[in-house]
Design a protein. Structure first.
Length: 867
C-alpha cells in the first residue's frame, strides 16, 4: 500500500449534524469522532480516513482548504482532479458540494473552489492568458443529460442576464461512445465559456435547477442522478509579461496547459427498506448503481478529452499556429455539422427508398409489375405487341424494339411521376401532422408559462427558506429552554407544537416546490420537442420543395422528349408516304409502258434470238407490274391500318377534350393527369376498351400534351389519307388496264413449244435468283443482329465498369458502333425481281434499301440500351 501522502486518492468524511426532522423524530447521533484522530466510530467499529470533519472532528470550514484547495492549485500546473461526494441518501452530499441550487450552495465546495480559482487567476493574469469553460451533465439511468443545453440556458440568460456565451448553439443529446480501440469519448455536451465568477455561478445554479430530484423517506429533495460539474482551465503563457512590482513569479514550465476539475455529486446510495423507495424510486435505485459504470466512463472520457486538447496545442508564442489551430477547431465544428446534415440527408433518402418500396408493392398488388428497373423491363417484355400496333404501323416499322423503348420511357415517366406525386402527398400529410402538433405546443404560450413557473418556484423557495429559518430559531430556543432549569414545561410544549406545525409547513413547501420543478422540467422538455418539431417541419418543407422541382423538371424533360418524338414520327411518316407515292408512281409508269411484244407483221418472229430477247424483256416487265401491284396493295392495307389507329387515338383524344370542355372530366391529379380507371368508367369510351394501354397512356397525358398530340395526329392523318387516295386510284387504274390488256399478252401469242420452253426456263431462273437474294438478305440480317448483341454486351460490360451504360450506348459514332451496313443494301428490297430490273425500279429499290438501312443503323445502338 502506498503511504497516505503519496496516494493520489484521499478520503475525507463529513459528518453532518442531525437536521430538523431527525431531531423532531428523536433521532440520536450514531457516529462519534475519536478525538484528535481522523477516525469515526459506529458502535464497536472504528474507521480511519484521511480527514474527518464535523461532529467533533475538524470544523467543516477547514474541509476546502485541506482537501480541495491543493487540487485547485494543481490545475495551474496542469493536473486534473476529481472530487466525488459519496454517501447514503440524505447524508449531505449535495450540501457539501453545493449543487443543490440556492439552498446553501454558497457553503459548498464548488463555490469555494470557484472563489479560489478566480483569485488565483487574478494574481496570475499579468503573465498568463486564461480561458475557462464549464460543463454540467447528469447521469440518469445510464443516460447522460446536458444540464447546460441551449434551451435551458436561454432561461438563465433571460433571468440573470449574465450567463456566458454558448460555444455550440445546438447540440444533440450527450453520448458516451467507445471507439474501436477502446477509448471512451463523450460527445455533444455543452461547454460554456466563462469569464467571471458570477457567470460560473450562474451555470452552476442553472444546471442545479434542472437536475432530476425525487422524494424519499430520508430526503425530501433527493438527487436521483449523478451530477458532474467540470471546470476546464486553459492557460497560455504571455510572450513578454510585464510583471507588476512585487507580483509572484509562477513556475509555469509549459507554454500551454489545460486541466480539468471534475466535481461530482453522486446520487444517494440507499437501502430500499430504510428509505422507503418503492416502484419507480426503487428501480431508480438499481439504475443509480448501474449509472456508476456510466459515470466511470464519463470521467475517463473527460480525462481523454483533456489529453486530446493538450496534444492539439502548440506553443502559443507562434501566433500563426494559434490561428491555424483556431481555424482547425472551426473546421472540425463545421465538419461535425456537415456530417450531421449528411446523416439527415441519408435518412431522407432511406425514407424515400422505403416509400418507393411501398409504391412498388402497391403497384404489384394492383396486378401489374410495371415498375422501374427490372420490374419495368419485365413488364414491357410481357406487354402485348398489339398494344403498340398503332404506333408500329404509323411509322411502318416491323421491328417493335423502338416502340418498346418508347412505351418503356412513357411508362417509366408515368410511374416516376406517380411515385413522386405519392411521395409529395406523404410529405404533405407528414407536414400537416407536424404542423398540427406544433399548433398544440404554440397554443400554450411557452414563454408565459415558463415565466410563471419560474416565479412560482422562486416564491416557494423563499417561503421554504423563511419557514426553515423560523424552525431553526425555535429549535434553538427549545434546546436552550430544555437546558435552562426552572423553565416551564408548558412553554416548551407550545414551542414543540409550533415546531411541528412549521415542519409540516416546510414539508408541504418542499412537496410543492418539487412538483413545480417537475412542471418546469416538463415545460422545458416541451420546448425541446417544439424545437425538434420546428426542425422537422423545416426539413420536410425543404424536401417538399426539392420534390416539386424534380416533378416539374421531370415533366418538362418528358414534354420535350415527347415533342421531339412526335416530330420524328411525323418525319418518318412523311418519308414513308413519299416512298408509297414513289411506288404508286412507278406502278403508273409501268402500266403506261405496258405493251404487247413486238412481233413480225405476219405473226412470226423476226429472228428466234430477237424474239427470245423481247420475250424476256416483256416477262421482266410483266413480273415487275405484278410485284408492284402486290406491293402497293400491301402498302394500302398497312396505310389503312395506320389510318384506323390514328383515327382511333384522335377520336379518344377529342372525346377527352370535349369532356374536359364540358367540365365532366374525372378529377385530375396535381399534375393534371386523370386516372385510367376513371376514364374507363365513361360509357362513351367502352368501344375502345380493347386497347387498354392506349387508353391508359392517353389518360396520363396532361392537357397541353394532349392538344399537341391531337394536332400531330391530324397532320399524320392528312398525310396518310393523301397516300391512301393516291394508292387507291393507282390500284383501280391498274385493274382497269389489266382488264383492257387481257387477251393481248404474249402468252396468248406463244406459237411454238420452243418459245414456251424458253419463257418457262426464264421464269424459273428469275425465281431461283429471287430466293437466293432472300437467303442472302436473311443472312445479312442475322449478321447484323449478332453484331448488335455483341456490341450491346461489350457496351454493357463497359457501362458496368465505367458506371455509364447509357453514355456508351448513345455514342453511335464511337468505335463500338455497329458496323455500317454492307454493300448489298438493296437486298432489303424483298422483291428480288427488282434487283435486276430496269432503271426506275432499281432507283426506287435502292432508295428504299437505303431508308431501311438507315432505320437499321438508327436502331442498332438502341439495342445496347435495352439489353
Ligand atoms: N453539514 C450540514 N449541516 C447542516 N445541514 C446539512 C448538512 N449536510 C446536509 N444537511 C442537510 O441535510 C439534508 C440532506 O442533505 P443533502 O440533500 O445534501 O443530502 P444528499 O446526500 O445529497 O441526499 P441525496 O443523495 O438523497 O440527494 C438537507 O436538508 C441539507 O440541508
Amino acid at each position: 500500500m502506498e503511504s497516505s501522502e503519496d496516494c493520489c486518492v484521499k478520503v475525507a468524511v463529513h459528518v453532518r449534524p442531525l437536521i430538523g426532522d431527525e431531531r423532531l423524530q428523536g433521532c440520536k447521533d450514531c457516529v462519534s469522532v475519536v478525538s484528535g484522530k481522523p477516525q469515526v466510530q459506529i458502535g464497536t467499529h472504528s474507521f480511519t480516513f484521511d480527514h474527518v470533519y464535523g461532529s467533533g472532528g475538524s470544523p467543516s470550514s477547514a474541509m476546502f482548504e485541506e482537501c480541495v484547495a491543493p487540487l485547485v492549485d494543481g490545475l495551474f500546473q496542469g493536473y486534473n482532479a476529481t472530487v466525488i461526494a459519496y454517501g447514503q441518501t440524505g447524508s449531505g452530499k449535495t450540501y457539501t458540494m453545493g449543487t443543490g441550487g440556492r439552498d446553501g450552495y454558497q457553503f459548498g465546495l464548488i463555490h469555494q473552489a470557484m472563489s479560489a480559482l478566480f483569485s488565483k487567476i487574478e494574481n496570475l493574469k499579468h503573465c498568463t492568458e486564461f480561458q475557462l469553460h464549464v460543463s454540467f451533465i447528469e447521469i440518469l439511468k445510464e443516460e447522460v443529460r446536458d444540464l447546460l443545453d441551449a434551451t435551458s440556458m436561454g432561461k438563465t440568460e433571460a433571468s440573470n442576464g449574465h450567463a456566458g456565451k454558448l460555444v455550440v448553439p445546438e447540440k444533440p443529446p450527450v453520448q458516451i461512445r467507445e471507439t474501436s480501440n477502446g477509448v471512451i469519448t463523450l460527445s455533444g455536451s455543452t461547454e460554456v465559456d466563462v469569464i467571471t465568477q458570477k457567470e460560473m455561478i450562474a451555470c452552476l445554479e442553472q444546471g442545479s435547477l434542472s437536475r432530476a430530484t425525487g422524494s424519499t423517506n430520508m430526503n425530501n429533495q433527493s438527487s436521483r442522478s449523478h451530477a458532474i460539474f467540470t471546470i476546464t482551465l486553459e492557460q497560455m503563457r504571455k510572450p513578454n509579461p510585464v510583471l507588476p512590482a512585487g507580483s509572484p513569479v509562477e513556475d509555469m514550465t509549459e507554454d500551454y496547459l489545460c486541466a480539468k476539475l471534475h466535481l461530482v455529486d453522486l446520487a444517494g446510495s440507499e437501502r430500499a427498506k430504510r428509505t422507503g423507495s418503492e416502484g419507480l424510486r426503487f428501480r431508480e435505485g438499481i439504475h443509480i448503481n448501474r449509472g456508476l459504470l456510466a459515470l466511470g466512463n464519463v470521467i475517463s472520457a473527460l480525462g481523454d478529452e483533456k489529453k486530446r486538447k493538450e496534444a492539439m496545442h502548440v506553443p502559443y508564442r507562434d501566433s500563426k499556429l494559434t490561428r491555424l489551430l483556431q481555424a482547425l477547431k472551426e473546421r472540425i465544428f463545421w465538419l461535425e455539422a456537415t456530417n450531421e446534415e449528411l446523416c439527415r440527408e441519408l435518412h431522407g433518402y432511406h425514407s424515400r427508398s422505403i416509400l418507393m418500396e411501398k409504391f412498388e408493392r402497391n403497384f404489384q398488388e394492383k396486378g401489374t409489375d410495371l415498375i422501374k428497373g427490372e420490374g419495368l423491363k419485365r413488364g414491357l417484355q410481357n406487354m402485348d405487341v398489339s398494344d403498340h400496333h398503332m404506333s408500329d404501323s404509323s411509322i411502318g416499322v416491323d421491328n417493335t424494339k423502338e416502340m418498346d423503348e418508347e412505351a418503356a420511357k412513357e411508362w417509366e415517366h408515368t410511374i416516376l411521376q406517380n411515385t413522386m406525386d405519392w411521395e409529395l402527398n406523404e410529405l404533405n400529410k407528414c407536414l400537416e401532422q407536424k404542423e398540427s402538433e406544433m399548433k398544440l405546443f404554440n397554443d400554450s404560450d411557452t414563454a408565459v408559462l415558463k415565466q410563471h413557473f419560474g416565479k412560482k418556484l422562486l416564491e416557494l423557495e423563499n417561503e421554504k427558506w423563511s419557514a426553515q429559518q423560523e424552525r431553526d430559531r425555535l429549535l434553538a430556543e427549545v434546546e436552550s429552554l430544555a437546558a435552562t432549569t426552572g423553565q416551564k414545561q408548558k412553554l416548551q410544549d407550545i414551542h414543540v407544537q409550533k415546531l411541528k406545525a412549521l415542519e409540516a409547513q416546510i414539508l408541504d413547501f418542499k412537496k410543492k416546490q418539487e412538483s413545480q420543478v417537475q412542471l418546469l422540467k416538463q415545460k422545458q422538455r416541451g420546448d425541446e420537442a417544439t424545437k425538434r418539431l420546428q426542425d422537422e417541419i423545416q426539413f420536410i418543407k425543404a424536401q417538399k420543395v426539392q420534390l416539386q422541382q424534380k416533378i416539374k423538371q421531370g415533366a418538362e424533360q418528358f414534354r420535350q422528349w415527347k415533342a421531339s418524338r412526335e416530330k420524328e414520327l411525323l418525319q418518318v411518316l412523311q418519308r414513308k408516304t413519299e416512298e408509297t407515292a414513289m411506288a404508286t408512281k412507278r406502278l403508273k409508269e409501268l402500266l403506261e409502258a405496258r405493251k404487247p411484244v413486238a412481233l413480225t407483221a405476219n405473226g412470226s418472229s423476226i429472228s428466234s434470238q430477237g424474239n427470245e430477247k423481247s420475250l424476256q424483256c416483256w416477262l421482266d416487265h410483266e413480273l415487275e407490274v405484278v410485284v408492284n401491284v402486290h406491293e402497293v396493295h400491301l402498302e394500302y392495307e398497312k396505310q389503312s391500318q395506320v389510318q384506323a389507329a390514328l383515327a382511333e387515338e384522335l377520336a379518344i383524344l377529342k372525346q377527352e377534350e370535349e369532356l374536359d370542355a364540358e367540365g365532366c372530366t374525372p378529377p385530375r391529379g396535381r399534375n393534371g393527369r386523370g386516372s385510367y380507371a376513371q376514364l374507363a368508367r365513361i360509357p362513351v369510351k367502352r368501344a375502345f376498351l380493347h386497347n387498354l394501354n392506349l387508353l391508359e397512356r392517353i389518360s396520363a397525358l396532361p392537357p397541353t400534351a394532349r392538344l399537341a398530340r391531337i394536332s400531330s395526329l391530324e397532320n399524320m392523318l392528312s398525310l396518310s389519307s393523301n397516300a391512301l387516295i393516291a394508292m387507291a386510284s393507282q390500284l383501280s387504274e391498274a385493274e382497269e388496264r389489266e382488264r383492257a390488256f387481257t387477251g393481248r399478252g404474249l402468252l396468248t401469242q406463244l406459237h411454238s413449244m420452243a418459245e414456251a420452253k424458253s419463257s418457262l426456263q426464264y421464269m424459273f431462273n428469275v425465281a431461283a435468283e429471287a430466293s437466293e437474294a432472300q437467303r442472302k438478305e436473311s443472312e445479312t440480317k442475322q449478321k447484323l443482329q449478332e453484331q448488335a448483341v455483341a456490341i450491346a454486351l461489350a457496351t454493357y460490360e463497359m457501362g458496368n465498369s465505367h458506371g455509364s451504360l447509357k453514355h456508351s450506348a448513345d455514342d453511335k459514332s464511337g468505335a463500338l458502333s455497329p458496323l455500317p451496313l454492307p454493300a448489298q443494301k438493296q437486298l432489303k428490297y424483298s422483291a428480288g425481281v427488282t434487283c435486276r430490273a430496269n432503271t426506275v425500279g432499281e432507283e426506287v429499290g435502292h432508295d428504299r434499301a437505303c431508308w431501311k438501312a438507315v432505320e437499321m443503323e438508327e436502331k442498332s445502338p438502341s439495342v445496347a440500351v435495352t439489353v
